[in-house]
Design a protein around this ligand. Structure first.
Ligand code: PRP
Ligand code: URA
Length: 209
C-alpha cells in the first residue's frame, strides 16, 4: 500500500500561502515553487540508500558513504510540472529529466496525452514524477502508468497541493507509488479545481491568463 506523506514544514507552509494569494505574480510564484521543490526534495530523497566508498581526505584514507547506484530521473508533467524541476536538480544535478505532456480536457476533465520523451534507461532509474496540482488524480495516474508501461518499477509522485479525491485515485491505481505533497486541501469545485487551491498552476507559472 502506498503512503501519503504530507510534508509539514513552516517554511513550506509560509511560501505556499504566498503562492495561493491571487495577487502574487508569475515571477514570485515561480521562485517560490522552485524553493518549495528544493525543500520537498530534501524529504523525498531522505531514504536513498548509501554505500561505502573508499576515499582519501587530505589527512588519511577512510571509508565514507555516497548515494548508492540507484540513478534518479525527474519527470515533470507538462506544463506546470516544469516549475518543480530546477529545485530538485539543485539537489541532484546528475539526475536525468524526462517529459510527459498531458492536458486536461476542459469538458471531461480527463487527461489527454500529447508528448512523451524519457531517458533511454528510464526503467533502471528511480523516478520522481512532479506536478504542482493533484486534482482528480487523472494526470498523475496516467503519467505513472506511462512510466510503468516503459518498465519503471521505482516511482514516487511529488505534488504541491492535492485534493483527497486525487490522492485516493493515485493510491488506488498505483498502490506501489508513494505520494509527497505540501498540502492536502479540502475538495474539488464543479470545474474540478482544487478548493481553496491556488488556481491554474500552469497559467500562474507562465503568465498565460
Ligand atoms: C494541471 C496540473 C495537472 C493537472 C491536475 O494541468 O498541472 O497536470 O491539471 O489535474 P488532474 O489531477 O485533475 O488531472 P493542466 O491540464 O491544466 O495543463 P497545464 O499544466 O499545461 O496548464
Ligand atoms: N489544475 C490546476 O492547475 N489547478 C487546479 O486546481 C486543478 C487542476
Amino acid at each position: 500500500m502506498s503512503t501519503l506523506h504530507v510534508i509539514d514544514h513552516p517554511l513550506i507552509t509560509h511560501k505556499l500561502s504566498i503562492m495561493r494569494e491571487a495577487e502574487t505574480g508569475s515571477k514570485d510564484f515561480r521562485q517560490l515553487l522552485d524553493e518549495i521543490s528544493m525543500l520537498m526534495g530534501y524529504e523525498i530523497t531522505r531514504d536513498l540508500p548509501l554505500e561505502d566508498v573508499e576515499i582519501e581526505t587530505p589527512i588519511t584514507k577512510m571509508t565514507a558513504k555516497k548515494v548508492a547506484g540507484r540513478k534518479l530521473a525527474i519527470v515533470p508533467i507538462l506544463r506546470a510540472g516544469l516549475g518543480m524541476v530546477d529545485g530538485l536538480l539543485a539537489l541532484v544535478p546528475v539526475a536525468k529529466v524526462g517529459h510527459i505532456g498531458l492536458y486536461r480536457d476542459p469538458e471531461t476533465h480527463l487527461p489527454v496525452e500529447y508528448y512523451c520523451k524519457l531517458p533511454a534507461d528510464i526503467e533502471d532509474r528511480f523516478v520522481i514524477v512532479v506536478d504542482p496540482m493533484l486534482a482528480t488524480g487523472g494526470s498523475a495516474s496516467d503519467a505513472i502508468q506511462m512510466l510503468k508501461n516503459r518498465g519503471c518499477t521505482q516511482i514516487r509522485l511529488m505534488c504541491l497541493v492535492g485534493a483527497p479525491e486525487g490522492a485516493e485515485k493515485v493510491m488506488a491505481d498505483h498502490p506501489d507509488v508513494d505520494i509527497y505533497i505540501a498540502a492536502m486541501d479540502e475538495k474539488l469545485n464543479e470545474h474540478k479545481y482544487i478548493v481553496p487551491g491556488l488556481g491554474d498552476a500552469g497559467d500562474r507559472i507562465f503568465g498565460t491568463k
